[in-house]
Design a protein around this ligand. Structure first.
Ligand code: ZN
Length: 403
């Protein structure tokens, strides 16, 4: 998912997270892509008849209204959208007023479960999980009998391909010379590593630009032999970030591998922020290709000079557009989230607010339209915190510096 989509999705979830119901009356319905809509509708109708037994009148009324609203919406679908959908419905408080909302969310990744949930807040955990899925790692587990190749996307592990070997066991049969037996066994092992290398390359090479690293697991010395023998495509070989002792080499071995690599993975995640900030700081130190602060960065975006825009995820600013109702003059200012400001036009009339956008979205769209990359940094790494505290959360690495 593009970083902008991801960010929009995140803000949507933050908004939904704030809503609270008075009782257990907020409904969240997860529908995976392969679910039959008619089955969902019939379950909802049975929930509807059960809801009529709810004691509290207010909760009963609200739950029933929510279910009916969802059933109405479902009529528009013959089958779920490509990634499935999540429907939320309930009475929430908006600006001090009670309001019934029903929304359909088509998430950026497949809905992983079918679930009907009714509580005092919306159930958003599975959607939040999707947000974490921005980093991709390649996984290979191998011993001399079997190998499995997979991928780790956030928390989700997916097996992609598997290979088994014809390598004979350690014990030769009677009548074979031991030298000859060992020789044949070595050839078979080499052939197997070659096959695994090809399978892994086929499965992982399409991801090579997104892969943050590749983890190899297995017993010793197999995994070392496989790594040191350069059986992987060279683009993948250089992405290997660690070898780990793992006892299973089927799909469960992939899970074991990720568990063993936990510390390394966490470090790599923060490493990415570190690398970006170090690049920026180096340029700053020599007064080179870098800029920071909203005004500066805007200027360079407008000139098409930004290579990478660095934005702190913790920025809570909005870009607000005002228009004069009399002469039509327009003006844009940046305000704190939900902040208010009075703008007087030169013609003496107070201007009206006509548009308000999250600055992160506004700036990243602007930058992307000039071909710049946009990176969002957390404040969890030391460098990410520095971006926020020392550089106002908005910085850029430049392609060139116009005079
Ligand atoms: Zn005016």
């Amino acid at each position: 998912m593009s970083s902008k989509l991801q960010y929009e999705f995140k803000r949507k979830l933050e908004e939904l997270e704030k809503y609270k119901g008075r009782g257990t009356e907020l409904i969240t319905l997860y529908i995976p892509p392969d679910k039959n809509i008619a089955d969902v509708a019939s379950q909802l109708r049975s929930e509807l008849s059960q809801a009529s037994n709810i004691k509290s009148k207010q909760t009963r009324t609200n739950v029933m209204a929510g279910l009916e609203a969802i059933l109405q919406r479902l009529k528009m679908y013959k089958k779920p959208p490509e990634h499935g959908m999540v429907i939320i419905s309930g009475v929430v408080e908006v600006n001090g007023k009670q309001k019934h909302i029903t929304e359909i969310i088509e998430p950026p990744e497949p809905v992983p479960l079918y679930k009907y949930h009714c509580d005092s807040s919306f159930y958003l955990e599975p959607l939040k999980e999707m947000l974490k899925e921005k980093d991709i790692y390649g996984l290979i587990v191998i011993d001399r009998r079997e190998a499995t190749v997979g991928i780790l996307k956030g928390r989700r592990i997916e097996a992609l391909s598997r290979a088994t070997s014809m390598v004979p066991g350690k014990h030769r049969q009677g009548g074979q010379s031991s030298v000859r037996f060992e020789r044949l066994r070595e050839i078979a092992i080499h052939e197997f590593y070659k096959k695994v290398g090809e399978k892994a390359t086929e499965a992982l090479l399409p991801y090579k630009d997104q892969l943050l690293g590749i983890l190899i697991g297995g017993p010793s010395p197999t995994k070392e032999e496989f790594y040191e023998g350069n059986y992987l495509h060279h683009e993948l070989q250089k992405k290997v970030v660690g070898l780990f002792d793992v006892s299973y080499t089927d799909e469960s071995g992939l899970y074991e591998l990720v568990e063993k690599a936990e510390d390394v993975l966490q470090e790599l995640d923060l490493m990415k922020e570190k690398r970006l900030m170090n690049r920026f700081l180096k340029e700053i130190a020599k007064d080179g290709l870098a800029a920071y602060g909203e005004e500066e960065v805007r200027k360079y975006i407008a000139l098409g000079a930004v290579d990478t825009l660095l934005l702190s995820e913790d920025l809570r600013l909005e870009r607000v557009k005002y228009r004069c109702p009399k002469c039509g003059k327009e003006l844009e200012v940046t305000l704190r989230f939900k902040g208010e400001s009075k703008q007087m036009c030169e013609c003496g009339v107070e201007m009206e607010e006509v548009e308000r956008r999250d600055i992160i979205l506004e700036l990243s769209e602007l930058a992307e339209s000039t071909g710049a990359k946009v990176e969002f940094l957390s404040t969890e790494s030391e460098e990410g915190a520095m971006l926020y505290n020392a550089f106002g959360g908005i910085a850029a690495i430049l392609r060139f510096k116009p005079d």
